[in-house]
Design a protein around this ligand. Sequence first.
Ligand code: ADP
Ligand code: MG
Length: 378
Amino acid sequence: MAPTQDQIRERLAAIAAPGGAKLTEAGVLSDIVVTDGKVFFSLSVDASEVKAWEPVRKQVEDAVRAIPGVTSALVALTAERAGGGKGTPPPARPAQSQAQGHAHGAPAGPSGVPGVKSIIAVASGKGGVGKSTTSINLALALRDLGLNVGVLDADIYGPSMPKLLAIREKPETIGGNRLKPIERHNLKVMSIGFLIEEETPMIWRGPMVMSALTQMLREVEWGQLDVMVVDMPPGTGDTQLTMAQQVPLAGAVIVSTPQDLALIDARRGVAMFKRVNVPILGVIENMSYFVCPHCGTRSDIFGHGGAQHEAERLGVPFLGAVPLDMTIRETSDAGRPVVATQPDGPHATVYREIAQKLRDALAGPGAGRAAPKIVIEA
Ligand SMILES: Nc1ncnc2c1ncn2[C@@H]1O[C@H](COP(=O)(O)OP(=O)(O)O)[C@@H](O)[C@H]1O
Ligand SMILES: [Mg+2]
């Protein structure tokens, strides 16, 4: 029997907040989401009190896990109570030591994911432009360059990795509370889609998004990764802010189609990451041109070149153009991404060229600039 929210709340009432008040009366508790025995919620506290709250967070998590019927519990601390106007600022983003290749085993910055050298976000202003398709093929292409690669599906509203990789199994737990990523094609993969049923309505509120992301970043045995590719949901919402705040992103890759409208959205995406001091590693133009499978004639159906032009205008690198191609769509939909299943084909070549540029951008002098301070406009 799955526990009810009331049962959980009752249990939490017996736990004290750092000031001594009952946890349930400290005004920090988010909504509690229970799906299928899995419990998520967050404690939203002042940024200055995070240290004092961490042991409480742990205690709460353990207590919830001990409730009969609970199969897993994730409790995240979110320091989002910055208050209006001159309130406590959100914690500064740590300098991006990760992207500068800190040694394995060295303690990560407060927000780094231990063992993971560079985290890159694959983002776009709007949905359906091919972020997920690009993420997985890019991850495979980076793997082909000899890198250890992980894929984090951060699209908690519409996870794609289960389908793109035809993954139906659930991740194993290690030691009760850590998850083992699923391995496919030599990639380590984690998706919220592995943890929840497809039919579960996903009414993720902001703090829930943070909880789920935090779990996927920090409670998964990623091991040693050169690159973690994060497939982002579209837009500039909670996930983007959470990622920018919680981990030192080496940078963002913006995927765009050539259409103008998409470009306006892409511009928004670029602006958003710039605002939170995440370097833009480059723009990829997806569905850029169409090569007729019968006669080989190339058609620029959407007006090819828009993204390249836009990248120049915005002063961000252009990483390459991926054609609109039936093979890419069919292999994606069949859970057999093209770079894995046709490694010698023309599509894999395109993705590998982009991956090379990306790797160079990660290693280059512009990468890993220390971010002076995070500034998030309300
Ligand atoms: N280059 C491409 N050629 C053909 N189809 C593509 C290409 N890129 C993506 N698609 C298809 O477009 C649809 C949306 O792609 P997806 O990667 O899910 O986008 P997003 O993650 O941005 O929402 C999918 O059906 C996918 O197979
Ligand atoms: Mg997607």
